[in-house]
Design a protein around this ligand. Structure first.
Ligand code: BES
Ligand code: ZN
Ligand code: ZN
Length: 495
């Protein structure tokens, strides 16, 4: 999709449609909307008086052949209350506008700036909303219905702000393209995206982006004694991979922090011998969303060039069953030397993260964030609304929560009291991979991973509830969301 900036008056634009936000309040006919009301000879006031135009979040008002405009249509998108308007709301307005028009067969339109957000943040949010909304999960449909928007023109930004707007557009494009790159990987079924294919895709991305890449194959993984990752992989004919992608800034100071981004990439999770129920199992192709997110973040960082070194570490494997698969009660030795009693082969994400985190520390990371579709329990706790956040160092965790707030991604911190650690004390090995207490499944999962992070400041993001939309949203297709990518990019850039 082509996105361009237009400085001429929007009234003179010959386009299929103009989209702009309208704000909720006692009188929605204000600012830009009041201007449009005049142009259309009071039509918008009339609609407001009958309650058809209120500005309520995501309300759509479509006017054909609007008077005073050269555009064929005017689409007003409800943006909620003006004083509660955020980049997240603007992103949705842009996305909803795009998806609504494309469902009508429109190919190009203009987005007319309307709110009071800073121009750079505002244009970035609009572009992010547009590009992520234009993504469809129809890659394997032979009849694609050709529903894509080809081009959007941004118009109506204050004249003195155009250079900032251009920066916002560029940053928005890089971030949204990275998010769609992640979503495309997550959308791939497990027969198309095995651990080896994921590694190839990561390698191609790294080479295109100018990032260093190292793919550890099953032999190297065995040489390094990554027993936890190997224990999950041993039940599959598909060999595992450890994917390492590194971004190094040009003048990094000695002693500066090195960020490790570790992402779970189970390309399919059957549960192993502790097998999952058949109903809904097909969704477990998204069990590599954490890894795909970290690869997307690395792709964006290569362009945004923050002044901090970042290493992405993605352990990739299948969790399936055959005669060689590990069984409940098996004891495995992780790369760190810790022994693990595998009480449930379906708690495999924490096993592969254990070795990935240990390896990241060996590579010199000083701060870690992991992202994983780790537990069904996080869906019980937070539904599909918030990412679960767990941390070992509050000042590091606070930085991430601030980035989540700034980018409008909903994240909620959960407790990590020492009492929960008792739940994973092993009977026959150092630790066990599921809790022996009742409840707190997401927290015991986090504690298991923390055992391998040790003293290195660490954050765990449980994205099991948020990485996949079971239903399409008005601003996003059904399927992979690319959640947490924006927060992580913001976090790295803020350091
Ligand atoms: N990949 C699953 C977690 C998951 C569940 C993601 C539902 C998305 C939706 C993970 O590997 C898993 O199976 N976790 C178990 C842990 C349990 C055995 C302690 C779970 O949540 O049931
Ligand atoms: Zn599992
Ligand atoms: Zn899993």
């Amino acid at each position: 999709m082509q996105i361009t900036l237009e400085s001429k008056a929007y009234t003179s634009l010959e386009t299929e449609a103009i989209v702009t936000p309208v704000f909720e309040g006692d009188d929605p006919i204000q600012g830009r909307v009041a201007e449009l009301d005049k142009l259309t000879g009071g039509l918008l006031k009339k609609l407001a008086s009958t309650g058809e135009l209120t500005g309520k979040t995501l309300e759509l008002t479509l006017i054909h052949a609007p008077a005073g405009l050269k555009a064929a249509r005017l689409l007003l998108v409800g943006a909620g209350k003006r004083d509660q308007f955020t980049v997240a709301a603007l992103r949705k307005v842009a996305g909803v506008g795009l998806r609504s028009l494309k469902s009508k067969g429109v190919k190009s339109f203009a987005f007319l700036a309307g709110g009071t957000l800073p121009p750079e943040d505002g244009s970035q949010a609009v572009v992010e909303g547009l590009i992520t909304a234009n993504f469809e999960t129809d890659k394997y449909k032979t009849d694609k219905k050709d529903k894509k928007i080809d081009s959007v023109v941004l118009v109506g930004f204050p004249e003195g702000s155009l250079s900032e707007v251009r920066k916002g557009i560029e940053r928005g494009r890089v971030i949204a393209d990275a998010q769609n790159f992640t979503r495309d990987l997550v959308n791939e079924p497990s027969n198309k995206l095995t651990p080896r294919v994921l590694a190839e895709r990561a390698e191609a991305m790294a080479k295109e982006s100018g990032l260093a890449v190292d793919i550890l194959d099953e032999k190297k993984i065995a040489d390094l004694k990554m027993g936890a990752l190997l224990s999950v992989a041993q039940g599959s004919v598909e060999p595992p991979r450890m994917i390492v992608v590194t971004y190094t800034p040009t003048n990094v100071k000695p002693g500066a922090p090195v960020i490790g981004l570790v992402g779970k990439a189970v390309t399919f999770d059957t549960g192993g011998v502790s097998i999952k129920p058949a109903d809904g199992m097909e969704k477990m192709k998204y069990d590599m969303a954490g890894g795909a997110t970290m690869l997307g973040v690395m792709r964006a960082l290569a362009v945004l060039k923050p002044n901090v070194k970042v290493i992405g570490v993605v352990p990739a494997t299948e969790n399936v069953v055959d005669g060689r698969a590990q069984k409940p009660g098996d004891i495995q030795t992780a790369m760190s030397g810790k022994t693990i009693e595998v009480l449930n082969t379906d708690a495999e994400g924490r096993l592969i993260l254990a070795d990935a985190i240990h390896y990241a520390k060996q590579l010199g990371v000083t701060h870690i964030v992991d992202a994983a579709t780790l537990t069904g329990a996080i869906v019980v706790a937070l539904a599909n609304i918030n990412v679960g956040v767990f941390g070992s160092d509050q000042s590091w965790t606070d930085k991430l929560l601030a980035s989540a707030k700034a980018t409008g991604e909903k994240m909620w911190q959960l407790p990590m009291d020492d009492e929960y650690r008792e739940f994973i004390k092993g009977s026959f090995a150092d630790i066990q991979n599921i809790g022996s207490g009742k409840g707190g499944g997401s927290i015991t999962g986090a504690w298991f991973i923390r055992e391998f992070a040790g003293d290195t400041p660490w954050i765990h993001l449980d994205i099991a509830g948020t990485a996949w939309n079971d239903d399409a949203k008005p601003w996003l297709a059904k399927g992979p969301t690319g959640v947490a990518l924006r927060t992580l990019i913001h976090l790295v850039q803020s350091l």
